[in-house]
Design a protein around this ligand. Structure first.
Ligand SMILES: [Zn+2]
Ligand SMILES: [Zn+2]
Length: 94
């Protein structure tokens, strides 16, 4: 009985490998929003504006969570529900 043989090295996918898998998934799944581009994000409560994405769960990957996405407004701390993604080229809104 060799206990050491049970310890398998856990092959963790690197971030780039995960990204590649998401790109593949997005290509085949129209519901996937994981690879949507960053855009202008505006808070409808305090008019905070930044560049990025609002936290949204992907229908195709409900367990995928992007730390970089805004889960709440950095300024007024309200829920991401009040944040809006607006087209980056529409500067009239700002
Ligand atoms: Zn997805
Ligand atoms: Zn706000």
């Amino acid at each position: 009985m060799n206990k050491a043989s049970r310890a398998r090295p856990s092959a963790k996918p690197s971030n780039s490998a995960l990204a590649n898998r998401l790109v593949e998934a997005a290509r085949y799944n129209p519901d996937c929003i994981c690879q949507r581009p960053q855009t202008k994000v505006v808070c409808s409560l305090c008019n905070f504006a930044s560049y990025g994405r609002v936290l949204r769960s992907c229908k195709a990957h409900p367990n995928v969570y992007f730390l970089m996405d805004f889960s709440n407004c950095p300024k007024c701390k309200q829920s991401y529900r009040y944040l809006k993604e607006v087209p980056d080229d529409d500067r009239r809104l700002i």
